[in-house]
Write a protein that binds this ligand. Structure first.
Ligand SMILES: C[S@@+](CC[C@H](N)C(=O)[O-])C[C@H]1O[C@@H](n2cnc3c(N)ncnc32)[C@H](O)[C@@H]1O
Length: 266
């Protein structure tokens, strides 16, 4: 997992206390509150489950995070398995979910004609696409489905914002070359970005609080204040480049969040 992705995820998980590791699907009228974010995340999971084609029984939740989707799928009667290279996610899954778990990177999975459907919910971006499609094609039964819901970038630039996410057009081309037919493609960028807005609003409030509480110190000790600014110059620069990751407009200009449903023809 790249450090940039990791810090955004850790922020939502550890600072905002969210159980789920994905953006969610917001309604236009939704206010920016944590409760609405939690509702959006549940709406997103329901959306994915509704999109599972008829006839599917066995599912691999690739990059299963906290395992909530896998748990819901189990309750719906699917034969679910989870996969993640993360040690904590393995521990959580095996302790709380009665289903097989593969503790590995997806590219190392070596199963043949095994699953009816693979779900990659915000996990495809962590998997090298050169590995993703051949591994998926092998693990799926003939006419099996690959569901991908994730963000992609239009172009790789030399900035934090476009470091994570596959290049969209080359991702689609690679899928085609590996024998995957695109059955459904939906642009849901507009319905996910409020998650960034709420994160940004939160960080700005924290920064403002720090500003207010250090005001007295700065006016009484201008020299020390300038010195600490200089000492922490790198950290401050890093923080402002990380803030860009929470900018909804920059996200929309550089990225696209897509729901994709493929079917393999072997
Ligand atoms: C953003 S989280 C998404 C978690 C979950 N699918 C969800 O929607 O909440 C990304 C997930 O991908 C997993 N991951 C990272 N690298 C991976 C890899 N090479 N193969 C499979 N999963 C990976 C992470 O451990 C994490 O579970």
């Amino acid at each position: 997992m790249s450090k940039e992705n990791d810090s955004v995820l850790r922020f939502y998980h550890e600072v905002l206390g969210l159980e789920r590791l994905h953006y969610g699907l917001w309604l236009e009228k939704d206010q920016l509150t944590i409760d609405k974010l939690k509702e959006a995340q549940i709406r997103y999971e329901n959306f994915l489950m509704e999109k599972i084609p008829e006839g599917v029984r066995s599912i691999l939740d690739v990059g299963c995070g906290t395992g909530i989707l896998a748990k819901n799928l189990l309750e719906k009667g699917y034969a679910v398995e989870g996969l993640s290279p993360d040690f904590h996610q393995q521990k959580n899954f095996t302790e709380n979910i009665q289903a097989p778990f593969h503790h590995m990177r997806f590219g190392h999975l070596d199963l043949e004609n095994y699953f009816d459907c693979l779900i990659m919910s915000e996990s495809s971006q962590y998997i090298r696409k050169e590995k993703l499609f051949p591994t998926a094609a092998k693990a799926l039964k003939n006419n099996g489905y690959l569901m991908v819901c994730d963000y992609f970038v239009w172009e790789k630039k030399n900035n934090e914002l476009t470091k994570s996410g596959h290049l969209y057009n080359s991702f689609l081309n690679m899928a085609k070359a590996a024998g995957f037919k695109l059955l459904e493609e939906r642009d849901i960028t507009g319905s996910v970005v409020k998650t960034l807005c709420i994160g940004k609003e939160f960080v700005e409030k924290v920064l403002l609080t720090v500003e207010i509480f250090t005001q007295k110190f700065r006016s009484r000790h201008p020299f020390l204040s300038r010195l600490s600014k200089r000492l922490f110059r790198k950290k401050i620069a890093k923080l402002s480049s990380q803030m860009e990751l929470l900018d909804a407009e920059a996200f929309k200009a550089n990225k696209t969040y897509r729901f994709l449903l493929f079917q393999i023809e072997k």
